[in-house]
Design a protein around this ligand. Structure first.
Ligand code: ATP
Ligand code: MG
Length: 552
C-alpha cells in the first residue's frame, strides 16, 4: 500500500533497535531467503560469479574468525582497498562482526592518499586486492598497518585471504555490536579540500533502510508500502535487480549497495569494468537491471550515445553526488520513458532531499526533504529558516539518527559544522512554494559578480544544453570592476573545436537561456575538467587558476 509524501513525513518513526547491526541483518536475510542471490559479479572479460545471502553470511563469519586469529578486534581500524569484487560484502561484514571499524578506500587512491588516511585514523590493518598492494607498500614505513591481507594473490609480508579463510567455521562468536557502536570512518570526497573522516555508527545502515530504500530507491525489505503521490505499487524483490555503479571505497557504496541492497535483502549487480556508456547500457540490457543508480557524469555520457538501440527492463533511474542536468533527464525520458530521480546528501548523512518514487519531478530540483530528517534551509548568519525563494544553507536539526555525530577526532571541524541547533552542510539551496529544493552550489563555489550571487550549476546546466558542449564548469574569475566575472571551462562535444566564434555563439546562447548577468564573460576550452577520483568537478582548482591569472 502506498502512502502520500505528507503522510510519510508525519508518521515517520526512527525505529532503530538497540542491538541493531548490519551483519545480523544480513544473517536474517540468509535465514529468510538464503538462496536469493545477494550479488552477481561481472567483469569485462566475461567472468561471472554469484554469491547468495547464505554465502555472504557464511563467508563474513569465516573472515571474522580469521581476523580474530590475527588479533583484529573491537575498535580497530581496518582499511580496505578493493575493486568491485564478489567478496567485498563478506570482507566488510567480517570486519564489522569483529566490532572493528571499516575505513573504505577507493581503488583509485595513490600511496600519498592512503598514507594520509592510515595515519589520520591510525589504522592497524589493511585488506587490499593483489593488484593494489603496490599502492600500499610505499607507505609501510610511515603507516602503522601491522596486519596486511591480500585478496586474489600473494605478496611478501601479506596474509593470503584465501588461505586465511580455508577451514574456518561459518559461525563466528564476536563481541556484541549495537546501533550506537562505531561502524566506519568514511573519508569525504575531498572536493573542497582535504578529505574529512566521518565517523559512522551502525544505526547509519538502519537509517538508509528507513530513508534511502523507500524514499529514493523505492524498495523495502517487505517489498511493500513504497511511498508515492501517485500511489506507487508494491515491489516484489524477487523481480528486482539493482545496480549502483559506485566503487567500494566511496560513501555511495554505503548509500546504495550496502545501505539499500543489503539491508533490504535485494539482488544486485556488481560490474567491475570502468565506465563506458555503451558497455554499461549493454550490461543493463543483458542482465535485466530494473533499478539503476549512477552519477550525473555517467548520465551525461549516456546522452552522448545513441540510446535508441537499447531495450531495457529499467523502471527507475537514480542520480546523486552532483546536480543532475536536464539534458540526461530528457534523454532518458525520450528513450526509455523513465525520469531519472535526483537525490541529495553527503558522506555525513543519508538522503536529505530526494525525488521520491511517484513525485512530480520538477526541472532543476533535487526533490523534497526526506521524511524523518527535517532538512531545512537556514540563513548562514542568523541560523533561522529562510523564506520561500530565498537562498540559504541546507541544514539538518542535530540529534538526528540519519546524520553522523562528529568527525573522527577532529573537534575543531565538529565545532564548525555543528553550530547551534543545526548540522550545516555547506551547501546552498532555495525552496519553492511547493517545498521543492533547488541546489545553488557549495557555499565556496558561489560566484559573486557585480552584486549578483550566481550558482555555478545554473550556468553549467544551460551551457551543456548547447549541442557543442559536453561538460562545463563555472567559477568566479577575479575582475577589477565587477569583483568577479563568470568564467566557463568548457569540454566540447565530439566534432567541435574551440574558437572565438564559438565563444561568441555560446555567450549569445547563454543570454537567451539564463538571466543575462549569468552569462560567462570568459570562456576557456579544455580537454577535461579536474575531478576527484569519484568524478566530481573540483572547482577549487579552477578558481585557483583564475586567481593566479587575474589576481585576487
Ligand atoms: P568534501 O566534503 O571533502 O569537500 P564532498 O562534499 O564532495 O567532499 P561527498 O560527501 O562525497 O564529499 O559529497 C557530498 C556533496 O556532494 C554535497 O555536500 C553536495 O555538495 C554534493 N551533492 C551530493 N548530491 C548532490 C545532488 N543531488 N545535487 C547537488 N549536489 C550534490
Ligand atoms: Mg562535503
Amino acid at each position: 500500500m502506498a502512502v502520500s509524501y505528507e503522510e510519510a513525513v508525519s508518521t515517520f518513526e526512527w525505529d532503530i533497535p538497540d542491538d541493531y547491526n548490519l551483519p545480523s541483518v544480513v544473517e536474517g536475510h540468509a535465514e529468510a531467503h538464503g538462496d536469493r542471490t545477494a550479488v552477481t559479479f561481472l567483469d569485462d572479460e566475461g567472468t561471472r560469479e554469484e554469491r547468495t545471502y547464505a554465502d555472504v553470511a557464511r563467508d563474513a563469519n569465516r573472515f571474522a574468525n580469521a581476523l580474530a586469529g590475527l588479533g583484529v578486534g573491537e575498535g580497530d581500524r581496518v582499511m580496505h582497498l578493493l575493486p568491485r569484487h564478489p567478496d567485498a560484502f563478506a570482507i566488510q561484514l567480517g570486519v564489522l562482526k569483529r566490532g572493528a571499524l571499516l575505513v573504505p578506500c577507493s581503488a583509485m587512491l595513490k600511496p600519498k592518499d592512503l598514507g594520509f588516511r592510515a595515519n589520520d585514523c591510525e589504522a592497524t590493518t589493511m585488506v587490499a586486492h593483489a593488484d593494489l598492494t603496490d599502492m600500499v607498500e610505499p607507505i609501510l614505513d610511515e603507516a602503522p598497518l601491522e596486519t596486511r591481507i591480500v585478496l586474489d594473490g600473494e605478496a611478501d609480508g601479506w596474509e593470503s585471504f584465501a588461505d586465511l579463510l580455508d577451514g574456518q567455521s561459518g559461525e563466528h562468536d564476536g563481541p556484541d555490536v549495537g546501533a550506537q557502536d562505531p561502524m566506519s570512518i568514511n573519508y569525504t570526497s575531498g572536493t573542497t579540500g582535504q578529505p574529512k573522516p566521518v565517523l559512522h555508527r551502525h544505526r547509519w545502515m538502519r537509517a538508509f533502510e528507513l530513508v534511502n530504500a523507500p524514499y529514493w530507491w523505492g524498495v523495502s525489505a517487505e517489498g511493500t508500502a513504497v511511498p508515492g503521490d501517485d500511489g506507487s505499487e508494491d515491489v516484489d524483490l524477487d523481480e528486482e535487480f539493482l545496480w549502483a555503479t559506485t566503487g567500494t571505497g566511496w560513501a555511495k557504496w554505503f548509500w546504495s549497495p550496502v545501505g539499500v541492497g543489503l539491508t533490504v535483502g535485494a539482488s544486485q549487480l556488481l560490474y567491475e569494468g570502468d565506465f563506458d556508456a555503451d558497455e554499461f547500457l549493454s550490461v543493463m540490457e543483458r542482465e535485466g537491471v530494473t533499478r539503476l543508480c549512477a552519477v550525473p557524469t555517467q548520465y551525461r555520457m549516456f546522452t552522448q550515445t545513441d540510446l535508441s538501440g537499447y531495450d531495457l527492463d529499467l523502471t527507475e533511474a537514480l542520480s546523486a553526488g552532483e546536480p543532475l542536468n536536464r539534458e540526461p533527464i530528457e534523454a532518458l525520458q525520450d528513450a526509455f520513458d523513465i525520469t531519472p530521480r535526483d537525490g541529495y546528501g553527503q558522506t555525513e548523512t543519508v538522503a536529505l532531499v530526494s525525488n521520491y518514487p511517484g513525485i512530480d519531478v520538477k526541472e532543476g530540483s533535487m526533490g523534497k526533504p526526506t521524511p524523518g530528517l527535517g532538512t531545512t534551509i537556514i540563513d548562514t548568519q542568523e541560523e533561522t529558516e529562510v523564506e520561500t525563494g530565498e537562498i540559504g544553507e541546507i541544514a539538518v536539526p542535530v540529534g538526528n539518527p540519519g546524520i553522523f555525530d562528529g568527525y573522527f577526532e577532529k573537534p575543531r571541524l565538529d565545532e564548525k559544522t555543528f553550530s547551534g541547533d543545526y548540522y550545516r552542510t555547506g551547501d546552498l539551496a532555495s525552496r519553492d512554494e511547493d517545498g521543492y529544493f533547488f541546489f545553488e552550489g557549495r557555499a565556496d563555489d558561489i560566484i559573486l559578480s557585480a552584486g549578483y550571487r550566481i550558482g555555478p550549476f545554473e550556468v553549467e546546466d544551460a551551457l551543456v544544453s548547447h549541442e557543442a558542449v559536453a561538460e562545463a564548469a563555472a567559477v568566479a574569475s577575479p575582475h577589477d570592476e565587477r569583483g568577479n566575472v563568470v568564467k566557463a571551462y568548457v569540454v566540447l562535444a565530439d566534432g567541435y573545436t574551440g574558437s572565438e566564434d564559438l565563444t561568441g555563439e555560446l555567450q549569445e546562447y547563454m543570454k537567451e537561456e539564463t538571466a543575462p548577468y549569468k552569462y560567462p564573460r570568459r570562456v576557456e576550452y579544455v580537454d577535461e575538467l579536474p575531478k576527484t577520483s569519484s568524478g566530481k568537478t573540483r572547482r577549487i582548482e579552477l578558481r585557483e587558476r583564475e586567481v593566479e591569472q587575474f589576481g585576487e
